[in-house]
Design a protein around this ligand. Structure first.
Ligand code: ADP
Length: 462
């Protein structure tokens, strides 16, 4: 059963219950209120009769005198009102004309001592044979030496008719309200769930066609369902771009590996021929260089794969100052006649993986050397900036043009392919730097100007 049907059913059930309970309450209150009105009419009339008959009647009592002393029954003000007087032997001695040949039951004496009146609702058969509910107010009355029973009564037929009509009106209005509530409820629920249907439709479309370019494109208010639709679109967006970059990455990686393989294949073919010793040595050297390049690419790819697998960072305490000094030593070996200096050098420690952080620094230093012409200078610095330890590698090299800057951390991206390859770059160095630094909860920033130099800063939390 769909949520829409279930919600509509629950909604109907709850509204129905509320309407029925409040209808019953209203009906009972109306009935009690109308009956109380009748009872109060009877009490007023009974008091009138009592005071009219509050005089000395001689024994034996002349009931025609009693009858003529009774206050008149007003058929207009109190329709269906009856009066009956019963003597001590249970004989009806006086009764109002409105009773005709009928008599009220004479067993309604107020029970118990000190009980002056009693109210009874009983069903009496009318002249035309219909059962009529009647309310009888009975009280004792002393006439002469004898105690009599005074009964004033009123037919509840008009009240019952009014109640039956009110009941019918109530049932009809409950049904109408319920129908309107169900229709409007179903409409509202349908509208509210429309984005969910769209999300499901989009998800099905993506599943069937594997086309991640589809979006829900929800434009409504950002309520819970709006947020779900937007989150869904963002999720698909990310999956789409992750998948695209994965595809590009695989294509780039194959391309990068195919280059050295082709060169090696060509040189192996050459070696099969009768070559001079000089050519043979040349070919062997080329094969060696390409093998080294391939193994560097594969090594870098493995590091990236490891970073992608999101293995937890080891929590060693690492001295950044030691790393800096070691890196300077290493750089000096590779720098030719480039100047390698240390700028600011504070004694800072961070939590992390020493080996990986060393790799970060080495990649940055290698790049600085690679892209700084002979005679240039490279400066390594370590300083504290608030909660961060900053490791800085700056050079006076060729710099990076602004349009390349946003992409240099992408895998296999090179501003100048030929130069990078010629200098042994794989295009993965900065991607690895970014991956490691982010694994350590840090960030990497770069400031660079073409032909002036570049400054890479690694920010690690202290
Ligand atoms: P590569 O192996 O090509 O150096 P990287 O990922 O390390 O790959 O760097 C990406 C690109 O960023 C490089 O190809 C180069 O164009 C640019 N780059 C990186 N470091 C520097 C630098 N210090 N000076 C100038 N350009 C740089």
């Amino acid at each position: 059963m769909s949520i829409r049907v279930r919600l509509t059913l629950w909604f109907t059930l709850i509204i129905g219950l509320i309407l029925v309970v409040s209808g019953m309450f209203f009906y009972s209150a109306l009935r009690l209120w109308l009956e109380a009105e009748v009872e109060s009419d009877l009490r007023v009339y009974s008091t009138l009769v009592n005071s009219a008959l509050d005089k000395d009647f001689q024994d034996p009592i002349d009931y025609s005198l009693v009858r003529s002393s009774l206050p008149a029954l007003d058929e207009i003000a109190s329709p269906g009102m009856y009066l009956q007087l019963v003597d001590g032997d249970g004989n009806v001695v006086v009764k109002s004309d409105s009773l005709g040949t009928q008599e009220l039951p004479t067993d309604t004496w107020p029970a118990g001592q000190g009980q002056e009146t009693t109210t009874v609702v009983t069903t009496i058969a009318s002249d035309d044979g219909d059962d009529v509910r009647t309310m009888i107010l009975a009280s004792t009355l002393n006439l002469g030496s004898e105690t009599h029973l005074l009964q004033v009564a009123q037919s509840l037929a008009p009240l019952d008719t009014a109640l039956a009509r009110a009941g019918l009106a109530l049932v009809v209005s409950i049904l109408v309200i319920l129908t309107l509530a169900v229709l409007s409820g179903a409409f509202l629920i349908r509208r509210a769930l429309a984005p969910v249907r769209r999300i499901t439709g989009t998800a099905r479309g993506i599943e069937a066609s594997a086309d991640l370019s589809q979006r829900v494109g929800y434009r409504g208010p950002q309520d819970e369902i709006g947020q779900l639709a937007t989150t869904f679109d963002h999720m698909i967006e990310r999956l789409d771009s992750a998948l695209k970059s994965q595809r590009n990455f695989v294509a780039d990686a194959s391309h990068e590996l195919r280059g050295p393989l082709t060169v090696m294949q060509g040189n192996l073919d050459l070696l099969k021929r009768n070559l001079s010793e000089e050519d043979r040595q040349e070919s062997t050297k080329v094969i060696e260089t390409e093998t080294a390049r391939m193994s560097k690419i594969v090594k870098d790819l493995l590091v990236l794969a490891e970073l992608d697998s999101g293995q937890a960072e080891p929590n060693e305490t690492v001295s950044l100052k030691d790393l800096l000094v070691d890196s300077q030593e290493r750089a000096k070996q590779l720098a030719g006649n480039r100047d390698i200096t240390i700028g600011r050098e504070e004694d800072l420690w961070v939590k992390g993986d020493a080996h990986r952080l060393e790799q970060v620094l080495n990649n940055l230093v290698d790049n600085a050397i690679r892209y700084t012409p002979e005679g240039g200078s490279i400066t390594l610095s370590l300083y504290r900036q608030g909660e961060w330890a900053c490791l800085e590698v700056s050079d006076t090299g060729i710099g990076i043009a602004p349009d390349h800057l946003p992409h240099i951390f992408d895998r296999f991206y090179r501003a100048d392919k030929a130069r990078s390859r010629a200098k042994g770059g794989t295009g993965l160095g900065l991607a690895i730097v970014k991956g490691i630094v982010e694994q350590h909860g840090g960030k990497v920033t770069v400031a660079s100007q073409a032909d002036k130099g570049s400054k890479f800063t690694i920010w690690l939390r202290l």
